[in-house]
Write a protein that binds this ligand. Structure first.
Ligand code: CMP
Length: 133
């Protein structure tokens, strides 16, 4: 068993999709280890997405991620990082496989319903970011 971090993003929270997405995660075999709802400020969101600072979509991404509350979730399963990335689907919902969370619920490449850690080392960093200690 290992860990990964998901974030239900503001588009999905405001669309009332927290329950459906949590069910999808639990039905896929993930154990919820920790969960909360927070409204990030631009400083927090900027720090979380620092790796994308030079990207043309960065300012818009920060505006979106601070537009409403988000739900970070620490998750546990076998092969947690790769399994979560598989069930959420591609960044762009138009390219995501049928049945994935983004195919089912995402609006666009930016407003794409859910974030998932992309490596074990980033999972550790991202879980500590939202759930220190
Ligand atoms: P996420 O998995 O949280 O990682 C970075 C986020 O930036 C991504 O999901 C999208 O919300 C957003 N993003 C990535 N690429 C683009 C893009 N080309 N245009 C707009 N937003 C993007």
């Amino acid at each position: 068993m290992n860990q990964t971090l998901a974030i239900i993003k503001p588009d999905a929270v405001s669309a009332g999709l927290i329950g459906k997405i949590l069910s999808h995660l639990e039905d896929s075999g993930f154990i919820v280890e920790d969960i909360k709802m927070i409204h990030m400020d631009p400083h927090q969101a900027g720090k979380f997405y620092e790796i994308h600072k030079e990207q043309p979509f960065y300012d818009s991404l920060i505006k979106f991620m601070t537009s409403g509350p988000v739900v970070p979730i620490s998750l546990k399963s076998n092969n947690a990082v790769s399994k979560l990335r598989q069930i959420i689907g591609a960044t762009d919902p138009d390219e995501a496989d049928e049945g994935t969370i983004r195919k089912l619920y995402a609006e666009s490449k930016e407003r794409n319903a859910i974030h998932a850690s992309d490596s074990n080392s980033n999972a550790t960093i991202e879980i500590a970011f939202f759930f220190p200690g």
